[in-house]
Ligand binder design. Structure first.
Ligand code: ADE
Length: 276
């Protein structure tokens, strides 16, 4: 995969040289280029912003430096910016981090990990002139994405999070791919709690089932802990959960948490209590 990031603060992206993502770059699993938007300006002051039409607070990012930056990246990546017959047929994906974007989640990370080229456009100030996104749609698949319902000062921190979430899904990046299967959100549930040695620590014991050596029981306990945690911390996830193929034991576990299965979906009992 090739990733390009455009920002007025390229140093902000330095952590992408570290840890698993840094290693993936060294190993050639991921090509990552960070571009300074100001190198695509033409005036003495390297201006990237201007006042908003219609008035209001703050500044807006000017369109032309963005077009220059994105055109140069599309050309370098082999993308076909003219609509002719050269380059890959699939457009690169242009991700624009924004609190006004679609919510980024694990399913989107999996989808984006399949792409050949991702380009991240880090907005600052009040955002990028909207015409850039319209124009870019001719060359890229444009996806405004939000990390969550809060406002950051710019897209850079969101890019760090998204590149890590996507990059770790690329083949060979995480040493043991099984760890990608058994983690929060991989199956629409939160992960079960984990423990390590010593088995007794400050008067707290590791749950006995984990020391039993009974792998079937351990798997069931972990699954039911996933149900319990998700019901407690993220009940919204259970609304989307596919409960059509739950075992009798799984249904019973949800029953104790106050949920019935109705038409393949979990439904919270109004009083949250046990069934009659
Ligand atoms: N830029 C500013 N706030 C953001 C958010 N919540 N998600 C993604 N990009 C942002």
């Amino acid at each position: 995969m090739r990733i390009d990031v455009v920002s007025i603060f390229p140093e902000y992206l330095a952590p992408l040289e570290l840890s698993l993502i840094g290693k993936a770059r060294q190993d050639g699993l991921l090509e990552l280029n960070v571009h300074d938007l100001r190198t695509f300006t033409t005036d003495k002051h390297r201006t990237v912003d201007d006042t908003p039409y219609g008035g209001g607070a703050g500044m807006v990012m000017k369109p032309e430096p963005w077009a220059q930056a994105l055109e140069s990246i599309a050309a370098a990546g082999g993308a076909d910016t003219e609509g002719g017959s050269h380059g890959p047929t699939k457009k690169p994906v242009l991700i624009v981090p924004s609190p006004a974007g679609e919510r980024f989640n694990q399913a989107l990370a999996c989808e984006l990990a399949e792409e050949e080229q991702l380009v991240f456009a880090c907005g600052r100030y009040e955002g990028i002139d909207e015409r850039v996104m319209e124009w870019a749609a001719g060359h890229f698949t444009v996806r405004p994405l939000s990390l969550g319902d809060y406002v950051l000062n710019g897209g850079e921190v969101a890019v760090l999070a998204m590149v890590e979430a996507i990059g770790r899904l690329l083949p060979g990046v995480v040493g043991n791919p099984e760890s990608l299967v058994e983690e929060s959100h991989s199956d629409g549930l939160l992960e079960y709690p984990v423990y390590t040695k010593p088995s007794s620590w400050r008067d707290r014991e590791v749950p006995a089932v984990l020391l039993s050596g009974n792998h079937g029981k351990i798997a069931q306990w972990r699954r039911h802990e996933q149900f319990r945690r998700t019901a407690e911390r993220r009940p919204d996830l259970l609304e989307e959960f596919d409960a059509g193929n739950l075992s009798r034991a799984d249904r019973a576990a949800f029953g104790e948490l106050g949920y019935d299965v109705v038409d393949g979906r979990l439904r919270r009992r109004p009083d949250g209590g046990l069934p009659d």
